[in-house]
Design a protein around this ligand. Sequence first.
Ligand code: PLP
Length: 300
Amino acid sequence: MGQGWAFVNGAYCPPEEATISVFDIGFTHSDVAYDVTSVWKGRFFRLDDHVERFLRSCAGFRLGCPYSKDEIKSILAACVAEGGVEDAAYVAMVVTRGKYSEAGERERDIRQTEATFIAYATPYVWIANPEKQEQGLHIIVGKTPHIPDACVDARFKNYHWGDLTQARLEAADVGADSAVLLTTDGRLSEGPGFNLFFIDGGRLMTPARNALEGITRQTVFDLAGEMAVPVEAGDYPPDRLREADEAFLCSTAGGIMPVVRVDERVLGNGVPGPITSRLRGLYWSKREAGWLGTPVGDLL
Ligand code: PLP
């Protein structure tokens, strides 16, 4: 398998040569909208959903994307094919505020900037690898709260990861795999790179606010519908998670990842729960069969 391929401001290059200026406001002020889709066995998953969410994120932060939806799809496909990662790829699209134009620099006028567009495909990234998923993850409820939506709207995928990174470090400090963050008023939200679900009495629950509207989360809603498992998005205190029968994280980077321990609390029998395991099995078998997939070759 190849190592991937990138595209920065109009030119393709190997990933290690994909660079931007240290004066790019994406770097200096985290002024970035992005999205990540994946390719599995030659097919993108829910590609239109990802590119449409990306364009909504750009609009949400008043960032102008220099490419249309169809152009973005072709660039992503070229990165996957040229990079030799059609079998399993992590595929990102990014717009940063870029650098000030000459006039913008003189006046420090934030409206006078030239956006940077970046795309890349690399080998698939797992938040938790398949062996770890078989065992189930240990997560904590982080002490660092999630940046409130009123400051940075979590529905728009962004690089304001200060809170998520501190929560990851908190988890590492106690030997846990990751952390879920609370809203500033103490309700469950999401974690670094994933949405959260828990299951109580056969019912699936996921936080409704201060969280990205994840494409995998939507996929879980779809699969739960097929399995006739009731599902709801709501406002939950962390004890609902600690007392749940089952829980899992979900993300483009890893799919449906079972959780078996939250803080000191072991969920169920301490192994991935039955509903989680069925969802996870269905997710991968349907992806392998091409469900909601776009062949990379169709876009070249
Ligand atoms: N929440 C955050 C903060 C994320 O970065 C991600 C990541 O990719 C998710 C949730 C899951 O979203 P999706 O399923 O669209 O990958």
